[in-house]
Design a protein around this ligand. Structure first.
Ligand code: UD1
Ligand code: CA
Length: 437
């Protein structure tokens, strides 16, 4: 356990031009969670982390709104205009100039970095009594990353950006992950020395390495073996690739815990979903957000669980069923073509094919809750208009629209009486064939 104070600065001011989007890059999501959220969760889990600062700029209000809503106590500082990653850190200096501890800088577009790796990284910095540690990794295709430059004694001396690199430097496969740990009192001076005399006319944070080496400070590189973790998102194609990496990890974790996943290639399960053992996930299931699913359930094929589902044991969620923010207790079936949103469903409930919980009032924009208690059942194609309660063992007839609470053990039915016109088709055919003569 470290005995240090740690502040993290997350750079999230850039536009992300290569994303070709109206939306700021760091708000692009994987499994419904913005890239910035992944980074903030990881830095927050570092031992001794006591403050996170996010540098915002492009579409600052949107990024700030996300941070304030989801990460209380995290400070946002504006960088405008955006003059580079070194300039971004400079904006935080007035707030931390007398800070005596470690400052970690991470980019908001590196969502795969784990809290565990960051903790190991800080521990490495601490154990080596380093002044500056840079995380690096080796890539077969290092394109677009800054390269780690070493002298003939293999000593780490500088980072050179791809756009500034000569041919020899471009062939270097060790790259800068963009994660830095600084013994702040030693490194703070570097930021006033930065210049923008480079190919992009930007103030690069990466130039602090050269500064620190020239000052004979203790500069280390921490080579990360699992280079997937430092994958930086610059384009929509990178975003898709990061989703695959995260998904693969999530699926492997679940299978190791005893979940049976029939086809990992067509199954998507968010990292924040917990699933119990012997549950079977059939192909083409998509699960995003935070969910808990119990043991011995059968999910899919083609089910969509969006977020906030708490599903018990022995539950069946079948094809073309969508579940959102709902509790479903043990031994309940939602087998086909249903939408269950903002609902509390008891145990041993049978939800008939095509049942819809109508939870959203588009005029007031309010979402209401549906309660369906133990042992109740809904017939096919019924619409349950929330807020409403269907009590224990009640039965809703097929095709009904339920707008009032239903008592326990009662039948609820809203249906125009069935009329049968005997021989109607035959008469119609006779008229038609008569008319052809
Ligand atoms: C950066 C590094 C590169 C490294 C790579 C790793 C620099 C100069 N280069 O390059 O060495 O290999 O990341 O992924 O640091 N940002 C701001 N303000 C700015 C500019 C950028 O907040 O003025 C933020 C962006 O929002 C982004 C992050 O900093 O989250 C990185 O910027 P980006 O332009 O993606 O840098 P890269 O070219 O990827
Ligand atoms: Ca980047």
């Amino acid at each position: 356990m470290l005995n240090k104070k740690i502040k993290s600065i997350i750079l999230a001011a850039g536009k992300g031009t290569r994303m070709k989007s109206e939306m700021p890059k760091v708000l692009h999501s994987i499994f419904n969670k913005p890239l910035l959220g992944y980074v903030l969760d990881s830095v927050s889990s570092i031992d001794c982390a006591n403050e996170n600062i996010v540098i915002v700029g492009h579409a600052a209000e949107k990024v700030e709104e996300y941070v304030n809503k989801n990460y209380e106590g995290t400070k946002c500082i504006i960088q405008s205009p955006q003059l580079g990653t070194g300039d971004a850190v400079k904006k935080a200096l007035p707030y931390i100039k007398d800070f005596d501890g470690y400052v970690i800088v991470v980019y908001g577009d590196t969502p795969l970095i784990t809290g565990e790796t960051l903790s190991n990284f800080v521990e490495f910095h601490d154990n080596n009594h380093a002044d500056l540690t840079v995380m690096s990794a080796v890539f077969d295709n290092p394109k677009n990353y800054g390269r780690i430059v070493r002298d003939k004694n293999n000593k780490f001396v500088a980072i050179v950006e791809e756009k500034d690199a000569n041919i020899e430097q471009k062939s270097i496969k060790e790259i800068n992950a963009g994660i830095y740990c600084m013994t702040w009192s030693k490194i703070i001076g570097a930021f006033s020395s930065l210049s923008n005399n480079n190919a992009q006319n930007e103030y690069y944070i990466t130039d602090i390495v050269k500064w620190a080496v020239e000052k004979n400070l203790n500069v280390q590189s921490y080579i990360l073996q699992n280079n997937e973790e430092i994958f930086g998102i610059n384009s929509k194609s990178d975003l898709a690739q990061a989703t695959k990496i995260l998904n693969k990890k999530s699926i492997e974790r679940l299978m190791d815990n005893g979940v049976q996943i029939t086809d990992p290639d067509t199954t998507y399960i968010s990292p924040e979903t917990q699933i119990g053992q012997d549950t079977i996930i059939l192909p083409n299931v998509y699960i995003s957000g935070k969910n808990t699913i119990g043991n011995n359930c059968k999910i899919g094929p083609f089910s969509h669980i969006r977020d906030g589902a708490i599903i018990g044991n022995n539950v069946r969620i079948g094809n073309f069923v969508e579940i959102k923010k709902s509790i479903i207790k043990d031994n309940t079936n939602v087998s086909h073509l249903s939408y269950i949103g903002d609902s509390d469903i008891g145990s041993k409930v049978n939800i008939g094919a095509g049942t819809i919980t109508a939870n959203y009032d588009p005029i007031s924009k309010i979402k209401n809750r549906t309660i369906i208690k133990d042992g109740a059942n809904t017939g096919s194609n019924s619409v349950i208009v929330a807020p409403v309660t269907i009590n224990e063992n009640a039965s809703v007839a097929a095709g009904s629209i339920i707008t009032k609470d239903v008592e326990a053990y009662s039948l609820a039915i809203t249906r125009a009486p069935l009329k049968i016109f005997s021989q109607w088709v035959k008469r119609k055919m006779e008229i038609l064939s008569g008319g052809n003569k």
